[in-house]
Write a protein that binds this ligand. Sequence first.
Ligand code: PDD
Length: 280
Amino acid sequence: RTVYLNGEYLPETEARVSIFDRGFVMADGVYEVTSVLQGKLLDFAGHLARLGRSLGELQMGNPLSAEEWLTIHRKLVELNGIHEGMIYLQVTRGNPGDRDFAYPPEDTPQTVVLFTQSKPGLADNPQARAGMRVVSVEDLRWGRRDIKTVQLLYPSMAKMEAKRRGVDDAWLVEDGFVTEGTSNNTYIVKDGRIITRQLSQDILHGITRASLLRYAAEAQMQIEERPFTIAEAQAADEAFFTSASAFVMPVVEVDGVALGSGRPGPVATRLRELYLEESL
Ligand code: PDD
């Protein structure tokens, strides 16, 4: 695989980053994941806009222009022959040459890394036909989940807890309400209405979420942005989650309780089709 590191396209085995990199010792970095379908980037403008926002919230500059980011993404898709898959990008505060809690001087070069992951079958995913099962886990993450940082230990722990309990993913709960999934935004459907938590610092402002809610509104579907509980999810007709890598994924079981028919529901199925049609 060819990857990108600080201006160079290199074989992955030759891409090296300092052990003092702030991303490595402090999780001081932000990332984005953009999906590739039919060789095309999905929701690219949204991901780039959020990258700029995440960097700004951490007082980091954006090391590249929109045009440069696009060129690198396209080149990696081409060099690695990605038809279906994703591109990961990460920007860290760079290498201060030592470990220090204070940020290094502003002229310290940031570390910019991009790599691709090929995922054949991403669009026609059998899991989307079966639906996923989730369990609730307490949300113990920090208070700025709207910034897409590389600090992903708690989501990893929650994912492992879900696996230990024999299901696909965890829905995180704080003060009795679902915040989001380990790496996705969460929704329930009741009497035809789509219910999803409103944006705040408690959740990541999903790019797939923004696009999907726009498409759903255009299709005259009813949307309610408010928090919901696990009990409400268990009593819902349907549930699903969204992310750049899963698009719209039906959820058929929450904490051992099957939703509706126990199969992916018509609204989630329609929204998945709608998202794939509209964003391609
Ligand atoms: N995860 N919430 C969290 C905590 C996430 O990590 C993600 C994305 C989302 C969905 O955002 P978007 O629609 O912009 O992908 C919500 C990515 C895909 C990941 O970490 O792999």
